[in-house]
Design a protein around this ligand. Sequence first.
Ligand SMILES: Nc1ncnc2c1ncn2[C@@H]1O[C@H](COP(=O)(O)OP(=O)(O)O)[C@@H](O)[C@H]1O
Ligand SMILES: [Mg+2]
Length: 264
Amino acid sequence: MPGTDALSRLQSTGQYALELEAVSRHFGALVALADVNLTVKAGERRAVLGSNGAGKTTLFNAITGDFPTTTGRVRLFGEDVTDMPSHERIRRGLRRTYQISLLFNGLSVLDNTFLACRGVTRGRFSLRRPKRDDSSLELAESLLEAVHLDDVKDKPVAELSYGQQRQLEIALALSGAPRLILFDEPAAGLSPTERTLLVDILQSLPEHIGYIIIEHDMDVALKVAESVTMMHNGRIFKEGTPEEIENDSEVQELYLGHGGDGHG
Ligand SMILES: Nc1ncnc2c1ncn2[C@@H]1O[C@H](COP(=O)(O)OP(=O)(O)O)[C@@H](O)[C@H]1O
Ligand SMILES: [Mg+2]
C-alpha cells in the first residue's frame, strides 16, 4: 500500500510530520503560546491535554495558519510553512476538524462527502451541483464506511445525530490525501456509545495518517494516542507515553489538585 511506503520513506529520512520551533502567540498582553517546541513523527498519534485556556486550540491555529504566530517557525513534512496561508498547508496534507459544524445541512451525507472528495471546500458555495464521477463517488462511499455512516448515507445531514455529524466531519477530513489531521475535542458532547465508535474509527485509520487530538478524557486519550503532550499556561508542561503522563505526580497534582475543575 502506497501510504505504508510513504511512511517508511519519511521515517528512514528522519522526516517529521510537524516541527514547531520556539512558537509563541500573543493576544495583546496575553501570552497564549509561549516558546513551544514540539515534534511529531510521520504517522504518529499524539494527544494534547490541558485545562481550559492552556493554549491547545491556539496551538492548532498556529499549525494550520488560521492565526499567524507571533514568533517561531512551523515546519510540515520538512518544509517551512510559517509564512504560508492555510490552503497551502492543506495542499501539503494537513487537515483539521472543528467543533462548530461546517457541513452543508440540506445535502445528503453522501453528497457532502462526494463534494469534499471532488475538492469543493466547505467554505465555498457552489450553485451548480457537479456531475458525479465514479472515482469520487467510490472514494466517498469508502470513507463513509470507514466512519460507520454507510447506512445513513442518503439522509440529509440535518437529520443526523450530533455524534453522527462528528463522524461525518472525520470522513470529510479524510478526503483528499491527508497525512496529518488535527482533531479538536472530537469526543466532546458524545454519548458513551458514540465515544466507543469514535475510538474505533480513530484506531482503524490507515497507519500512514498521523494525528494530534485534543482530548481531556484520559480513557479516550489512552486508547487513541501513543504519545501525550500536556499543556499548561501556554507552555508544554510534560511529554510522555499515555501511561507516563497518567502516572506522573505533577500531572496528577495539576489535574486533581486545588481548583479541581481544570479539565478543558
Ligand atoms: N482570538 C483570541 N483573542 C484573544 N484571546 C484569545 C483568542 N484565542 C484564544 N485566546 C486566549 O488564549 C488563551 C488560550 O486559549 P485556547 O488556545 O483557546 O485554550 P484551550 O484550547 O487550551 O482551552 C486563553 O486565555 C484565551 O482566552
Ligand atoms: Mg480549545
